[in-house]
Design a protein around this ligand. Sequence first.
Ligand code: GLN
Length: 453
Amino acid sequence: AQAHIDAIAKARVLNAYLLETPDRALAMAEVADQKLAAGEARPLEGLPLGIKDLFCTHGVATTAGSKILEGFQPHYESTVSHNLWRDGAVMLGKLNLDEFAMGSSNETSAYGPVVSPWRRQGSDAKLVPGGSSGGSAAAVAARLCLGATATDTGGSIRQPAAFTGTVGIKPTYGRCSRWGTVAFASSLDQAGPIARTVRDTAILLASMSGHDEKDTTSVDLPVPDFEAALGRGVKGLTIGIPKEYRVDGMPAEIERLWQQGAEWLKSAGARIVEVSLPHTQYALPAYYIVAPAEASSNLARYDGVRYGLRVPGKDIVGMYEQTRAAGFGREVKRRIMIGTYVLSAGYYDAYYVRAQKIRTLIKRDFEEAYASGVDAILTPATPSAAFGIGEKANADPVEMYLNDVFTVTVNMAGLPGIAVPAGLDGQGLPLGLQLIGRPFDEETLFAAGQVIE
Ligand code: GLN
C-alpha cells in the first residue's frame, strides 16, 4: 500500500486520481497485516485498488466527474466496493472518469483529462487513456494500483483497457449489483474490473459479483469459480468471427491483429467459423438514443436540493436552472437534450420505441449465433489505437461516438465482453481484441482471453 501511495504522489501529472485516500489505505493495510499474521487472510487481503469515482464510497467524496456533485459525501457504500473491502482489498483513492461516464476519452471530466502513460514512438504528444474509465485504465497501466473498478455502459471498461494495454471485462448484465453506482443508463450499466492480466480480472470480478437484494436487476445465480476457468484453454471451442464487424475504413493493422487473434485461438485448438450479426450497423445509432434517454431521466435528480452543488436562483425553478446550468458540462447537457427529445410525445415512437426494437434484433442476432454452436465471438476492441488529447474532443461529437462501434452491441444485448491486449500498432501503441460470450459465461472469456493476452 505504501509503495502505491508513493507512486501515486509521483504520478499526479497523469491526473488519474481525483482523490487520494492514503490514511484509509494504510488503516486498511494494517487490518490486512493482522489478518495475514493470524492466518485469516480473505481472498483479496491487502491488495491495493483504485475505485472509479462513479462508485459511492461511504464518507469519501464522490463526484462522478461532475461539478454538480461537488461536496457530495455518500453515507453509503456501493455494493461492488463493499464486496471488495469485505474480501480484504485496500482503497487507494477515487479515479477520474468522463462526467457521469459519458465519453470515450476521459476528456469530458469536469476535473480535467487523464493522461495516458503511453506515448507514440518518437513523440511527446499526450494521449488519451480512453473513457469513460480513463482514470482506472491509466492507473492500472502506470502501476498506480493493482487493479481498479470500472463501469461499462457502451464500452467504458473495454475501450480504455484496449487503449492502455490492460485487461477489462464487462460481465453479463446483472452479474454485479448496480446499487450505489451513480446511474448513467440503467439498462446498460455494468461494473467490472480493469487489471493487468486476465487472471487478475477473474479474481477481482469474483469478489465484485453476486446477488444483491438492493438491485432487483442483479441476478440470483451463484458466482462461478472464475479462477477455475483459468488455464482451461479453448480446445474444442467454436469461436465466431462476425463478418459485419469488418467495417469500412478499418485500419489494416486492426484487421491483421484480428486475423492474428483468430490464428492464436485456432492453434490452441479452437474451431474458427464466420458468423453473421446482421443488425450490427444499427447498434451505434440505437445506443445513442437509448443511453441518452435513460440518462436524461436518471439525471433529473440533480436539482440542487438533494446532492452536491446548489446555485441560488430567484425562485425554486430558477435555482434548478442555475444549478443544472453551472453543474453539468457540455457533453452531459447534449445527452440530456437528446434524451429528452427522443422521449418527448411527438418523437417517442419514431426514436425511442424504434431503438428498443433494434435492441431486440441485436440481442436476437447474438442468440442465433450462440444457438448455432458458437461459444464466443472475436472482434477488435476498438477501431483505432489511442488518439491525442484534444484531437477529437473539439470535432463533431459523432467522431467520438464512433469509438464505441465494436463495444455497444454487447451492452445492448446484455452480454459479457472482455478486452485483452493483443499487440502494438506501428507507432508502438497497444491494441486490444474483444471476446464476447454467452450470457453468464464469463468463464469462457477468461479461458480464451488468456490464449490471446
Ligand atoms: N463512450 C460511450 C458513451 O459515451 C460509452 C460510455 C460508457 O460505457 N460509460 O456513452
